[in-house]
Write a protein that binds this ligand. Structure first.
Ligand code: BES
Ligand code: MN
Ligand code: ZN
Length: 504
């Protein structure tokens, strides 16, 4: 989708549809909505009077202009109650409008910036959110289907701002929004891709392309290198598959002290291995590399934004399959940091590959570590599809992730990390075992990971509860959500915007 920002009057736009808005309870529209209403001889106010337009949150009304305006259609977006309106509502509104516009046959959209006219909201944040929300809402994964000739994709979005003094700032804001959403959609593309089309080698190829586009350094390591490094946990998981595992390392050198490492679980298909999963919904496990895709996409965005900090993205990637050479329950593996792991359940493979990913982050001198993974079914039991979990070894860091998530419109919620939980993952034959049974499944997975981060400040993001959506809702589109991409980017932004408050 091509994004443009123009100064002018939205009534003059020739786009396939123009977008104005209305707060709930307003009977006489003002601003751009009022101007469009007059051009339509009062059609909008009449629809309000009749009760057809209420301005409720999420309400979308299509009005045909029949030559009264250069654009054939007007979309009136309800914004809900003005006192409840915020930047996230701008994002969600724009996403809903983009989907609605496509369904009504428009290929190009011109929109005002929702929220920019009301006090209390930062107009630039609103311009960023309109762009971001539109691109996120318009997303579809149709690669393996016949083209949708009736409802083609949107190809252009023009933001129209009447105040030309804001033009340059809005252009910069729209570019930021475009980067956030494009990164998310790139991760969605990877996660939606079937596992026979996205092997570990294919994931590495996408990382190479995105790294080149954003000017990042990248290394894609193979099995021999893993052997040299002693990555026995990753190689253990990979032993069941004929697809070669890869270890992806991407670097953005933006300067400053310290290095933030972001590690993502890259299981391109998780069958469970010898501890095989039931068939029901097993196809969703093609998305078990969402964490890895989020890392690749976030690094691309951080590079594109040119953020002044050092970030390294680390993605251990493999399939988890049963075979004659596969990992077996009872096997003992040695991770790169020397710790031995008793494999109780081969389906707890994410924490195994992350053990080596995290150990590597420590080895290369990361001063702060985040990891992101579709790690546990327990995340869904605890949180449902409304939040992801965050756990770490420093309360302050978890709070920063929660705050970054809030800025992104993604909910993360801290889970307990008391030392006692380690009792559940004590092994009789090794330093630790890879599952703690049913109790506190999200926490025991995190306590396992904690053994591989040394004394570095670290937070773990478990996105298993939110990685796949069953319906379109706000900026979320059905299928892979790529939840966490924008939180990671906001986290990096937060670090450079409030350097005094950050620890790396
Ligand atoms: N990839 C799964 C977790 C998952 C489940 C993600 C559902 C998304 C949706 C992970 O590798 C897994 O299988 N975890 C096991 C761990 C258990 C064996 C301790 C689980 O949660 O059942
Ligand atoms: Mn598994
Ligand atoms: Zn998994």
């Amino acid at each position: 989708m091509k994004i443009e920002v123009e100064a002018g009057d939205i009534r003059e736009s020739k786009a396939g549809a123009i977008v104005v808005n209305l707060f709930q309870g307003i009977t006489t529209p003002g601003g751009a909505t009022g101007a469009v209403d007059s051009a339509l001889d009062g059609a909008i106010s009449r629809l309000i009077e009749q009760g057809d337009i209420k301005g409720k949150k999420g309400e979308l009304t299509l009005i045909h202009t029949f030559g009264k305006l250069p654009s054939p259609k007007v979309i009136v977006a309800g914004l809900g109650k003005s006192e409840k309106f915020d930047v996230d509502a701008v994002r969600k509104t724009a996403a809903g409008v983009a989907r609605f516009a496509r369904r009504s046959g428009a290929r190009t959209l011109a929109t005002i910036v929702h929220g920019a006219g009301i006090g209390g909201l930062d107009p630039e944040a609103c311009a960023e959110a309109v762009t971001e929300g539109s691109i996120l809402g318009a997303y579809r994964f149709l690669k393996h289907k016949e083209p949708d000739e009736d409802r083609k994709d949107l190809d252009g979005l023009t933001i129209v701002e009447h105040d030309s003094a804001r033009l340059e700032a809005f252009k910069a804001a729209a570019l930021r929004g475009e980067i956030l959403a494009t990164a998310t959609n790139a991760a969605r593309d990877m996660a939606n891709e079937p596992a026979n089309h996205l092997t570990p080698s294919d994931l590495a190829a996408r990382a190479l392309e995105l790294a080149a586009d954003a000017g990042l350094q990248i290394e894609v390591r193979d099995r021999d290198w893993m052997e040299e490094k002693g990555m026995g946990a990753l190689m253990g998981v990979a032993s069941g598959s004929i697809q070669p595992p890869k270890f992806i390392v991407m670097r953005h050198e933006g300067g400053g002290d310290g290095t933030l490492a972001i590690v993502g679980k890259g299981i391109t298909f998780d069958s469970g291995g010898i501890s095989i999963k039931p068939a029901l919904k097993m196809e969703e496990m093609k998305g078990d590399m969402t964490g890895g895709a989020a890392v690749v996409a976030a690094l691309w965005a951080i590079g594109k934004l040119g953020l002044p900090l050092n970030v390294v993205g680390i993605v251990p990637t493999t399939e988890n399959l049963p075979s004659g050479s596969a990992l077996k329950p009872g096997d003992v593996l040695r991770a790169m940091n020397g710790k031995t792991i008793e494999v109780i359940n081969t389906d707890a493979e994410g924490r195994l590959v992350l053990a080596d990913g995290l150990s590597y982050a420590v080895e290369i001198g990361a001063t702060e570590i985040l990891d992101i993974a579709t790690l546990t079914g327990a995340a869904t039991y605890a949180l449902g599809p409304y939040a992801a979990g965050v756990m770490g070894n420093e309360r302050g860091l978890e709070e920063k992730v929660v705050a970054a998530g809030r800025a992104a419109g993604e909910r993360f919620w801290p889970m307990p990390m008391f030392d006692d939980y380690d009792d559940l993952i004590k092994s009789d034959v090794a330093d630790v075992k890879n599952t703690g049974g049913i109790p506190a499944g999200m926490t025991t997975a995190a306590r396992f990971l904690r053994k591989f981060v040394g004394d570095k400040p670290w937070a773990h993001l478990d996105i298993a509860s939110v990685d796949v959506a069953t319906k379109d809702e706000g900026v979320i589109t059905k299928g892979a959500t790529a939840y966490g991409v924008r939180t990671l980017i906001h986290y990096a932004r937060q670090k450079v915007e409030e350097p005094a408050a950050s620890s790396a």
